[in-house]
Ligand binder design. Structure first.
Ligand code: SF4
Length: 220
């Protein structure tokens, strides 16, 4: 079974996700630096992780082509993964970036509309997953259209819907029964919100995402 170490990056973000709860107050995770990778190798060993996932914060591929820090940082993570002999997973909303998507074991594209699915392309042998947030606006009809598209696609392997979290960090349930039923039929994965994982941000390890935010506030 995969044991994840999730690197939480903050290179900024495009601010385009309608369900975003952090845009207004800023991204409350530390800004990513090259020095913040110093303890990644030790963290992989210590946690026994067998896969590293990269997410945010903002979007890990934000300004990949014009902020040299981003490719440098991600290149270093790739090198550390190669050295540790474990694969990498990327979470992004960018379907067209110069990032070498094919390096990853899996790329998880965070999308917003049925139309976005047309832009998802497999670059190599990576597993391609798409994920949508179950917002108030995502109708059953759209869910079915997304599901039909993915079933017929030779570029997309996996489909997930994720529960919506509001700005008080509470879960909101839209189309909950319908999404559960589809999950049980094997049509998609329905991800229940849980704030538990092993996170890595700037040389520190956390077991709750909210602890990263609390840490930042303490430092202010
Ligand atoms: S990438 Fe993250 S921080 Fe940026 S708008 Fe989307 S959800 Fe919000």
């Amino acid at each position: 079974m995969d044991k994840y170490l999730s690197i939480i990056t903050n290179f900024g973000c495009h601010g385009r996700c309608p369900y975003c709860i952090v845009r207004e107050n800023g991204i409350k995770v530390p800004k990513s630096t090259i020095g913040g990778l110093d303890k990644l190798e030790d963290a992989i060993k210590m946690t026994g992780a067998n896969i590293v996932s990269i997410s945010g914060g903002g979007d890990p591929l934000y300004r990949y082509s014009d902020n040299p820090l981003v490719p440098m940082y991600l290149g270093m993570v790739m090198g550390i993964c190669i050295k540790a002999g474990i694969p990498m997973e990327m979470h992004t909303s960018y379907t067209e970036s110069e990032f070498p998507y094919h390096f990853c074991k899996r790329v998880v594209y965070h999308l917003q509309s049925v139309e976005d699915l047309e832009n998802v392309v497999r670059r190599g042998a990576e597993i391609v997953r798409v994920v949508f947030v179950a917002t108030e606006k995502l109708s059953r009809e759209e869910i079915n259209r997304i599901s039909d598209f993915v079933r017929c696609s030779d570029q997309i392997d996996e489909l997930s819907f994720r529960q919506m979290v509001n700005d008080r960090y509470e879960t909101e349930y839209y189309n909950d029964d319908f999404l559960k039923a589809g999950h049980n039929k094997g049509l998609w994965h329905y991800i229940r919100q849980k704030d538990y994982n092993i996170y890595y941000a700037e040389n520190r390890i956390y077991t709750k995402f909210s602890e990263i935010e609390a840490d930042i506030q303490e430092e202010r």
